[in-house]
Design a protein around this ligand. Structure first.
Ligand code: MN
Length: 701
């Protein structure tokens, strides 16, 4: 297996490419050393199996490496970083994408197949090649499914049938889909499978003879027409046969065998069709032109059914080599296709769903650009969401239902009043995430967009259209009328219009409502694009806050890095008082906690984690302190101590006392103005008190 694979790579890829594959192989061997499959085989055989499938699809070398390393992180010997360093960034990205896909649950929490598919597609992240590797992995696991328990086999196979086979179909990977379907069929309906197999075997010899004869005639027709081409035939997939036979019995050979004629160009396809219709009688209504009218997944071919002189019908498919590659490998055929003359045609009117995932205006002229186009980064600047009919829409990251509505149609944007995301009603400002299904609820009564939507919307298109809507409303009448209302209303709350258009204050309104000028603001009030209250409220709040901040700052005893701060608290662990050396830590809301530098909690964290702080000594306040006193318990000790405390005449809030046999422990809760007062208090309490052994401040030391 390993030798075959490496030989295949050497023969079909460039030297530097096969070196890269060998590197990846070595890394995979290292990561999976000693690991066994359920079959008892070495795990590496699975990795090689997956990579081999991809190589046979003519995938590029990075994808093949991705196949070798598709589960490399599962033993935790090798990380994505290692892959990046050893093999390269591109392969590491693929491995990362695969890890992400593995997080999806395919069935349990999803409603139906299309939902699972949707998730799979949107989670593929950067690169559709991740999906191709995932499919190859699935195919290889299906090929070795017999080693699972019966119960697991059924679960795995039905998941494959419901999700992965459909995905392969949509990507045009018909060969892979055929094999997946057959393996699922064999696992899920073993009896039907063996009956069908026996039946086909019975007729095989007789058919073989007929087929060779027909193939000979077809080759003769090509020679006669001087067309270079190749005739092949093969049995159709078991599963598709099974479905057909359920409908109609097994007698008609054209259901079972497909002849294929491959030629160099499209002209030859039609020439061959004409020529064989001269030779054999066609079955009416069975000529299909998928070249002019490709299937939704991009499949192109001419189909016709003919009848031999002895009355045997058979189907012939005619297409170019390039189309054939596409028929077999679908989207994968866009990689590394050698000898294609005109690749642009592949994308015309085909592969609609993938194309929609790509920017519609993008001109894709060759396969390299195509690869680039589908490698677009879904995770960074862009998100993909869906209409209720699953049409994908691309929007910038941070977009809201408003952006979505304008992306569909400007009028829908203007009339939009509410939205649902994944069936749940949400506010119009909700941020959309890749994969969301968005439904816009509109109302014909809507007067138009709301002024603050410009801030909610992030897409250029939505912002432009909202702005345009408002620009149309800026008339002289509206300006005069709006200004008059604003003047009246500001007076009522004790402000003037000057407060509103003050440069610093108007800045807030300008940002909030995207006014271009004060006239613009007056006009919006005039035509009721905003209410007067919406204008006055933020300015009122700002003026109020400024007043309060000024008052607070005046009374603030703490400076952090030299600035007075209002948002602080003195921490209860160490209860700092003026005179203590202090530092400040900050939490995520910007609140400062003030500690003494001796606080045990501060000693636990690094110096770079706190700020320098100082006391503003002009502010006189009292501060809480807890004193911890221990000593020998003796008769009347507590009343002596209380007498001493009383003599200090300092505010005393409480005492807790405990004794443990000979020893006592007392905690005093007092208020002091600063450290000098505290030291004085400690001294006075210790006078004539031989019973005291230690006095300390809580949490300091
Ligand atoms: Mn695997």
């Amino acid at each position: 297996m390993k030798e075959d694979f490496l030989k295949y790579i050497r023969e079909n890829y460039e030297l530097f490419e096969s070196r890269k594959v060998e590197q990846a192989y070595k890394l995979a061997v290292y990561a999976n050393e000693g690991e066994k499959r359920l079959s008892g085989e070495d795990w590496i055989n699975h990795c090689v199996g997956v990579a081999y499938i991809l190589a046979k699809m003519h995938m590029d070398v990075d994808t093949i490496c991705g196949g070798l390393l598709h589960d490399v992180t599962r033993t935790s010997k090798v990380s994505v970083k290692d892959v990046e360093r050893e093999i390269g960034e591109d392969v590491a990205e693929l491995v990362k994408g695969l890890e992400k896909i593995n997080e999806i649950k395919y069935r349990k929490d999803t409603v139906d197949e299309s939902e699972s598919l949707r998730r799979l597609i949107v989670t593929m992240g950067k690169d559709i090649r991740v999906i191709l590797i995932k499919l190859a992995d699935r195919l290889h696991n299906m090929r070795t499914i017999e080693y699972m328990t019966k119960e697991k086999q059924l679960k795995y196979a039905s998941e494959t049938r419901d999700v992965f086979s459909g995905l392969a179909e949509r990507l045009g990977l018909s060969r892979m889909q055929g094999e997946l379907d057959d393996l699922c069929f064999k696992t899920l309906n073993p009896d039907e499978y063996s009956i069908l197999e026996a039946e086909l075997n019975k007729k095989y010899d007789k058919w073989q003879e007929t087929m060779q004869k027909i193939a000979g005639v077809l080759e003769y027709v090509l020679r006669e027409q001087e067309i270079k081409g190749k005739v092949t035939y093969r049995f159709k997939n078991f599963y598709s046969l099974y479905k057909k036979f359920q409908k109609r019995g097994t007698e008609k050979i054209y259901d079972i065998i497909a002849f294929r004629i491959l030629v160099d160009n499209v002209d030859d396809c039609y020439k061959v069709l004409g020529a064989i219709h001269q030779k054999y009688r066609p079955v009416p209504g069975r000529i299909k032109d998928y070249i002019a009218d490709p299937k939704p997944n991009g499949y192109q071919s001419l189909h016709t059914t003919l009848i031999t002189s002895d009355g045997t019908p058979f189907e012939v498919q005619i297409r170019t080599y390039e189309m054939h590659d596409y028929c077999e490998y679908g989207i994968a055929a866009h990689w590394n296709y050698k000898g294609a003359s005109d690749k642009a045609y592949m994308l015309q009117g085909k592969l609609d769903w993938v194309k929609n995932l790509i920017e519609s205006e993008m001109q894709i002229t060759d396969s390299k650009n195509f690869v680039k186009a589908i490698q677009m980064d879904f995770s960074s600047a862009e998100i993909w969401v869906f209409t209720p009919k699953y049409k994908p829409i691309s929007l910038p990251e941070g977009s809201t239902p408003i952006d979505f509505a304008y992306a569909i149609h400007t009028e829908l944007g203007h009339k939009c009043v509410a939205a649902k995301i994944n069936g749940k009603k949400v506010s119009l400002g909700t941020k959309l995430e890749t994969g969301d299904v968005v439904e816009i609820i509109k109302s014909s009564d809507s007067k138009g967009p709301s002024r603050d939507w410009i801030n909610v919307a992030v897409s250029q298109n939505a912002r432009y259209n909202i702005r345009l809507f408002f620009r149309k409303e800026t008339t002289p009448e509206n300006i005069v009328f709006g200004k008059k209302i604003l003047e009246e209303e500001t007076k009522k709350v004790g402000l003037t219009i000057g407060d509103i258009i003050d440069e610093n204050n108007f800045k807030i309104l300008k940002e909030k409502f995207n006014f271009e000028s004060t006239d613009d603001m007056f006009a919006s009030i005039g035509y009721k694009g905003v209410t007067v209250n919406q204008i006055i409220k933020p300015i009122q709040t700002k003026i109020q806050n400024q007043k309060e901040d000024a008052e607070l700052a005046e009374n603030c005893p703490i400076l952090v890095e030299g600035n007075t701060v209002t948002n602080y608290k003195l921490s209860h662990c160490c209860n700092p008082v003026p005179g203590d050396n202090i530092v400040a830590t900050t939490n995520k809301d910007g609140l400062y906690s003030i500690h003494t530098i001796e606080c045990k909690n501060i000693k636990l964290i690094g110096e770079d984690r706190y700020f320098k702080a100082n006391w503003n000594n002009k502010i006189k306040k009292l501060y809480d302190v807890n004193l911890h006193i221990t000593g020998k318990d003796e008769e009347g000790m507590l009343s002596k101590m209380l007498t001493n405390i009383y003599k200090t005449k300092m505010p005393f809030l409480g005492i807790t006392a405990q004794n443990f046999g000979e020893k006592f422990e007392v905690t005093l809760h007092i208020k002091v103005a600063n450290k000098t007062e505290l030291d004085k208090f400690i001294k006075l309490v210790s006078v004539d008190a031989p019973y005291i052994e230690t006095i300390s401040r809580k949490n300091i030391g």
